[in-house]
Design a protein around this ligand. Structure first.
Ligand code: AMP
Ligand code: MG
Length: 346
């Protein structure tokens, strides 16, 4: 009787302890920013910390939207673009400056295939608009001055926090790069609120921290044709995955689709690639690289991957052929067995 009594007391203590220590559960919130839904998922025992962290991330996203937008509003980048077009030396907001510096570096590493200085060309194709462009594409005559003047990030002179351009044709568009930068900043901000097991996902572009309990987070790679995912993989703490694709935004004219990714060498949208996915621990690099590889295509993807120091890359071309680096091959699990896989070591 005495022993039974003791067991009962121990049992009650265990139950009480379980009741007190909060158990981690799933949390999810969605924000609308950069023209897309961003979902923040977390595995945490602290719902209140999660909600506060999401509010803080939301405020940062709004600031990024304002200050990193290249053509809308009166944010820091719009002001910089106006100043450099007028040949001025401009003091750049410290929230924007590191992006300009990094974009310059990645542009150089990508041999100019990622070229955020071609904002005017992107506008000429109609992509500086919230609405999808329509009607006839620009003429060769309209495109050719952009090729002659060849605006490049190397035209920017950065001295301390001041920036000027020796080429008035330079117009900076961070659309190919800012999302990756933003996702990684969001992960950092969530961590500062104690949210260390989380995924920030902007329409399939994402960064990951920690795990989902005992297991790693599982992430999907968007299918370039149709909906859903083409493959999935387990993500490690601190990784980001960015995908660029023809299918995302385009102008359609007489049954021809003109993608929103422009080859700076020709001034025309890329044709040969459907999507390029990069996994890296640096979200900004992965974003810049995914765009550069969309331009590089099957002929140049290995050279550009090597120059940018990428190990984990997957390309899908317009015929559905898959190009993979060995490290990526080890990790991806395809939904349906691909017809053709082409391996390549950067
Ligand atoms: P992403 O989805 O990351 O590939 O970014 C595509 C966006 O980047 C486009 O909507 C343009 O604003 C911009 N862009 C297009 N072509 C290029 C390029 N070759 N280099 C840098 N930015 C580009
Ligand atoms: Mg990109």
């Amino acid at each position: 009787m005495n022993r039974l009594y003791r067991y009962l007391i121990i049992l009650l203590i265990v139950i009480a302890a379980l009741g007190c220590s909060p158990t981690a559960t799933d949390h999810k919130q969605q924000l609308y920013v950069f023209g897309t839904l961003v979902s923040i998922s977390a595995y945490s025992a602290d719902k209140q910390a999660f909600e506060q962290a999401v509010d803080a991330v939301d405020a940062s996203f709004q600031r990024m939207h304002r200050d990193w937008h290249s053509w809308k509003g009166e944010g820091a980048l719009v002001q910089l673009n106006r100043a450099i077009a007028g040949g001025e030396m401009h003091k750049v907001d410290p929230f924007l400056l590191p992006l300009i510096e990094q974009a310059k570096l990645y542009s150089e590493q990508s041999l100019g295939l990622f070229n955020p200085a071609i904002g005017h060309l992107i506008a000429l194709w109609g992509f500086h608009s919230d609405e999808p462009p329509s009607g006839e594409p620009p003429s060769r005559e309209a495109i050719s001055p952009h090729l002659q003047d060849a605006p490049a990030m190397a035209d920017l002179l950065i001295s301390g926090n001041s920036v000027s351009s020796r080429n008035p044709r330079v117009n900076i568009d961070l659309g190919a790069f800012a999302k990756g930068y933003a996702l990684q900043l969001a992960i950092k901000q969530l961590a500062s609120h104690g949210i260390t097991n989380t995924i920030v996902n902007a329409g399939g572009d994402l960064c990951v921290a920690g795990k989902h309990g005992e297991r790693p987070w599982r992430i999907g790679i968007r299918h370039p044709q149709g909906k859903g995912v083409i493959a999935s993989m387990e993500a490690a703490d601190g990784e980001c995955m960015l995908t660029s694709g023809n299918y995302e935004r385009y102008r359609e004219y007489q049954q021809v689709r003109y993608a929103h990714i422009i080859d700076p060498r020709s001034g025309y949208p890329v044709e040969h690639i459907a999507s390029a996915t990069v996994v890296a621990r640096n979200g900004a690099l992965a974003d810049a690289a995914a765009t550069a590889l969309s331009v590089a295509g099957p002929l140049q993807w290995l050279e550009i991957s090597q120059n940018m120091g990428l190990q984990q890359v997957m390309l899908v071309d317009e015929k559905g052929r898959i190009y993979l680096t060995p490290k990526m091959r080890q990790r991806v699990v395809f939904q349906d067995k691909p017809d053709e896989i082409i391996m390549g070591q950067p």
